[in-house]
Design a protein around this ligand. Structure first.
Ligand code: FE2
Length: 597
């Protein structure tokens, strides 16, 4: 039984393939076509999934698409009558989906009649919820999906039991936590698609000075989760337009905040304007108001379901700051967030919703790691190294077995070098989790600035995240709940903040990745080796890229290494060491500690 899940004609296009109830592969189109947040039909992702499953498109039994044009049709029609432009947009989307079989056939170069799979529509939030619950380790759990908008709803919650999810409630357009966050992100001068996480990082620098006003912008609602103060927004009167030219362009969102919001909070920040304390306080107020709504929602959900397990999905589930507060602020004890919690994850969700809720097949799979994308043979890596355009006078290239390789990489990290780490399969979801990562010493406070200057070129207020062996979590963090996919920020223990200053954010939290030996043996071994050298089994882990989608192929890793000032690249069994590696950071351990003060 082969099921192909496709998130198409929407940002974060992706594909996933499930064979006999088990996920075989999943990847976002952006990793393959190199266009950030790529929308359109994920033709390359689909082809990769088929190849990985060893199947032809003609052998696929079912195709699951996470959008149901018939969902909430009455509400959509009422809205369309008020706003003809919206109606046209809906029609355009429906037409696109009607032609999915034709598009797929031409993208894969086959005749349409070769695709014999039945095409199923799965409602957007049902697919989000399925993307978490059906791959979680829980047989029963409360499930919550919250995002910007999908199939005319922005949130849904349910009780998941075995093969079913019983929907308990939903919030429909125009009320939306995702829209709220995006509108305020725009107001703060961040207009690029997907910029919300930047503002989350900014919030730590401020105080919630404007909380009273923000409680009018978004507020908890007893019987139906939350409400927006609609006069602060434009999407309910002008629509929420996400546009993209085709699969080769990043989507763009129109302006979502109204003149009234500017009247109440002052003029919006222009993108080029410097960030001031006022902006920090606005970001903090926005985050706190969101958390208040979520805390109330978690508690209502726990009370209605009686559950202690929670599954989260939808873009709001990427708010790791809020997620980190679940344990102290609700009865939930175990929380599962799938690595691609946003719309990319819909392909996995649609496939599993179909597998269990429609086909009634048993649950036999839990997603315990994130490595579902392309990987490359030793031969492919060797070819890439041989063919790379590198300055060999400045490089030492060697190849070695895993054990000495890990020791050598650990030594470089401990010595303050910046190490590109490329191993195994590409991560599913937006975070680098130790297979396509850039690693550095977390003990050196200056590392953040060095990484930004030499490689990442990103806003200085944005935090870097740590990876830590699961055995050491309790020693460093105030929470020890697993965070294998970097979806929780927990407070670093007060006495450890000076030990790992680089990935500790200004509010004392860190968005950690807990690494188990079972999930990623080689990366776990590397963390252990770093721990043996430095006494601290932690590395600073940032994604392997420089203002582009995370690298996928070895050629992209080599190109990123070539054009940035990375010191070392570990690529499969190869290690490339720059002879001129900067010595600016090679301070003895004593100085490292002083630097952290
Ligand atoms: Fe969504």
């Amino acid at each position: 039984m082969i099921i192909l899940g496709i998130n198409a004609y929407h940002a974060n296009a992706s594909a996933a393939i499930v064979v006999d109830g088990r996920l075989i592969a999943a990847v976002e189109e952006e990793r393959l076509n190199r266009v950030k947040y790529a929308a359109g039909l994920p033709a390359q992702a689909i082809q990769f999934c088929l190849d990985r499953a060893g199947a032809k498109i003609s052998e696929v039994d079912h195709i699951a698409v996470p959008r149901d044009p018939m969902a909430r049709l009455g509400t959509k029609l009422r809205f369309a009558m008020r706003m003809p432009r919206f109606a046209l947009e809906r029609l355009r989307v429906m037409k696109r989906f009607a032609g999915v079989q034709q598009d797929l056939a031409s993208a894969l170069g086959v005749a349409p009649q070769e695709i014999r799979a039945q095409i199923h529509r799965v409602e957007h939030h049902m697919a989000h919820m399925a993307s978490a619950f059906f791959v979680s380790p829980f047989d029963r759990a409360a499930v919550l999906s919250a995002d910007g908008l999908g199939d005319f709803a922005s949130a849904m919650w349910a009780l998941g039991e075995g093969l079913r999810m019983r929907v308990l409630g939903e919030v429909t357009f125009p009320h939306s936590l995702g829209m709220y966050y995006t509108a305020l992100t725009q107001y703060l001068g961040f207009w690029k698609f997907g910029d919300e996480y930047k503002v989350m990082g900014l919030a730590a620098y401020g105080q919630p000075e404007f909380l009273e006003e923000f409680r009018r912008i978004v507020r908890s609602h007893k019987s139906n989760a939350f409400r927006l103060g609609l006069k602060y927004f434009t999407h309910q009167s002008q629509g929420a337009e996400m546009t993209w030219r085709d699969a080769t362009s990043t989507p763009v969102l129109g302006r979502l905040f109204s003149p009234y919001l500017e009247k109440r909070l002052g003029p919006a920040r222009r993108a080029e304007e410097p960030l001031t304390q006022r902006h920090h306080n606005l970001a903090a107020s926005m985050q706190v108001a969101l958390e208040e709504v979520l805390v109330a929602q978690w508690n209502r959900l726990a009370a209605t379901t009686g559950e202690r397990n929670l599954c989260l999905a939808g873009g709001v589930a990427f708010n790791c700051l809020a997620n980190g507060k679940i344990f102290a602020n609700s009865p939930f004890e175990r929380v599962y967030v799938q690595p691609a919690a946003g719309d990319a994850g819909l392909s996995v969700g649609a496939a599993f919703a179909l597998n269990h809720q429609v086909l009634g097949r048993p649950r036999e799979f839990a997603m315990e790691h994130a490595y579902w994308g392309p990987d490359f043979s030793a031969e492919a890596v060797r070819r890439a190294v041989d063919g790379a355009n590198l300055d060999s006078s400045d490089l030492q290239i060697s190849s070695m077995d895993a054990d000495p390789l890990v020791q050598r990489a650990a030594r470089h990290i401990a010595d303050g070098k910046i190490v590109g780490w490329f191993q195994g399969a590409v991560e599913w979801g937006p975070r680098a989790l130790g297979n396509r990562s850039i690693l550095a010493d977390p003990r050196r406070a200056e590392m953040k600035e060095i990484l930004n200057r030499r490689i990442k070129h990103r806003e200085i207020f944005r935090p870097f995240a740590p990876s830590i062996t699961e055995e050491a979590v309790r020693e460093y963090f105030e929470q020890s709940h697993p965070s294998p996919f970097m979806t929780f920020a927990f407070p670093v223990r007060a006495e450890k903040r000076a030990v790992i200053p680089a990935p500790t954010h200004v509010d004392g939290t860190a968005r950690l990745q807990t690494v188990s030996r079972a999930a990623n043996p080689l990366y776990w071994q590397l963390l252990r080796a770093v721990g043996e050298l430095t006494g601290v089994p932690v590395v600073l882990n940032t994604s392997f890229n420089d203002n582009e989608p995370i690298v996928c192929r070895p050629e992209e890793a080599l190109e990123c290494f070539r054009r940035t000032r990375m010191d070392v690249l570990v690529l499969g069994n190869f290690i490339l060491e720059r002879k001129s590696a900067a010595i600016e950071r090679e301070a003895p351990a004593g100085e490292i500690a002083r630097g952290a003060d």
